[in-house]
Design a protein around this ligand. Structure first.
Ligand code: GLA
Length: 387
């Protein structure tokens, strides 16, 4: 991961392809990772999310195959070969993301030829920066390109979600894939996860978004995630609404207290949807202070009501909020480990980063696997093919 805006994976992937296969690739695709500014754990409740793409990519360089074989060499994961006609669950875990995307496109009526590829990535895995969604979207672009299918980015987002839900058994929502596919430079993307309508929201000029990587990493399988998702469905059913998007605090207060912690899970979703819509308004009016406050409130709600934060995420958010240059901070993505974000006075970004590196102490309760990193990010553009 870098601290500037160079797309290093893109720079090196074609070279690595050439070294591996002795010929130049005929197509290269890239997809960024993402951070979510606000609107967490709302996507699978038909709610609102506000992600940006970060300037770190997963890049795939490829040539078509005549058969339905996929042959891939991936930085950090080595080689694998699989056939699109085989059962995806026979592929190595990481390759199932590719296989799952291909399976979805095939199921939608396309005959698919395979490809030979090299994959390079600057997005750390398990850091809540959506490395998997980036891999899925980049792979989707490669599938379309080598098979002369016009890429429908929404379909590719569904293909990625299909790979996670149906092939890997991870019940994730649609935010990450939509963010990777549709993000716009210098804007956050408001996504209404009910109908997937999107509104780019130009970010305020006086503030920078700083990603703070605690160096902690989460497990792939998300039993806690599945549990939260199920709870939301259960409470929506109790309230007689199609999803928590339609629920209100006053309806929730009428439910039987015997539902216990489930009530505060639902309270998070209801309050987070309100905060996300408010965040869009305050961004439009350039009210950075209020945006920061909403982000911090979102963190508290995730920490105490939804309970998906972690000792390291809480500690780095706490450290950020102690800085006079910080307007607000929160965990981002699914939670439990990885990265948090801070909204910081643009003039004071380097000072802020130095303060975090100096003052943040990794909690003994959740030891880091890699060193703490802090990097300001400019909102980047979504996935694309590179000529
Ligand atoms: C993960 C999932 C997303 C979303 C976030 C939480 O990143 O993949 O669909 O639910 O968690 O907002």
């Amino acid at each position: 991961m870098t601290t500037d805006n160079q797309h290093l994976a893109i720079d090196r992937v074609q070279e690595l392809f050439f070294e591996e296969y002795g010929t130049m690739p005929s197509v290269t695709a890239r997809s960024p990772g993402r951070v979510n500014l606000i609107g967490e754990h709302t996507d699978y409740n038909e709610g609102f999310v506000l992600p940006i793409a970060v300037p770190f990519d997963t890049a795939i360089a490829a040539i078509p195959e005549d058969s339905s074989t996929i042959r891939v060499c991936s930085e950090g994961f080595g080689h694998t070969i699989f056939n699109l006609n085989e059962d995806p669950s026979l592929s190595p875990l990481w390759a199932r993301y590719l296989h799952g995307v291909g399976t979805y496109i095939k199921q939608n009526g396309h005959q698919l030829k395979g490809w030979t590829a090299y994959i390079a990535s600057d997005i750390p895995i398990g850091a809540n920066l959506s490395s998997s969604a980036a891999l899925e979207i980049a792979a989707g672009l490669i599938f379309c390109s080598v098979n002369n299918i016009e890429a429908d980015m929404k379909q590719l987002a569904f293909a990625g979600q299909f790979a996670e839900n149906s092939i890997l058994g991870l019940p994730s929502g649609i935010m990450d894939q939509m963010a990777c596919a549709f993000a716009e430079r210098d804007s956050a993307l408001l996504i209404d996860c009910k109908d997937l309508s999107m509104t780019p929201v130009k970010l305020p000029e006086g503030a920078s978004i700083v990603v703070m990587d605690t160096g902690t990493r989460r497990e792939l399988a998300g039993s806690e995630y599945a549990d939260r998702r199920q709870t939301c469905q259960e409470i929506a059913r109790e309230l007689g609404v199609p999803s928590l998007r339609y629920a209100t605090h006053s309806q929730l207060s009428q439910l039987n207290p015997s539902h216990g912690a489930k009530l505060k899970r639902a309270r998070h979703v209801i309050s987070e949807n309100i905060r996300t819509k408010k965040a869009v308004e305050v961004i439009k009016s350039q009210n950075i202070f209020e945006l920061g406050e909403l982000m911090t409130e979102s963190h508290q709600s995730l920490q105490y009501d939804y309970e998906v934060s972690s000792p390291a995420l809480d500690e780095i958010v706490h450290t950020a909020l102690k800085s006079e240059h910080c307007y607000g901070a929160r965990m981002t993505g699914g939670g439990f480990a990885g990265c948090a974000i801070a909204l910081v006075n643009r003039e004071m970004v380097s000072q802020f980063c130095a303060e975090i590196l100096e003052n943040y102490q990794s909690p003994a309760l959740q030891p880091a696997e890699s060193p703490t990193k802090v990097f300001p990010v400019r909102a980047s553009a979504g996935a694309s093919l590179i000529q």
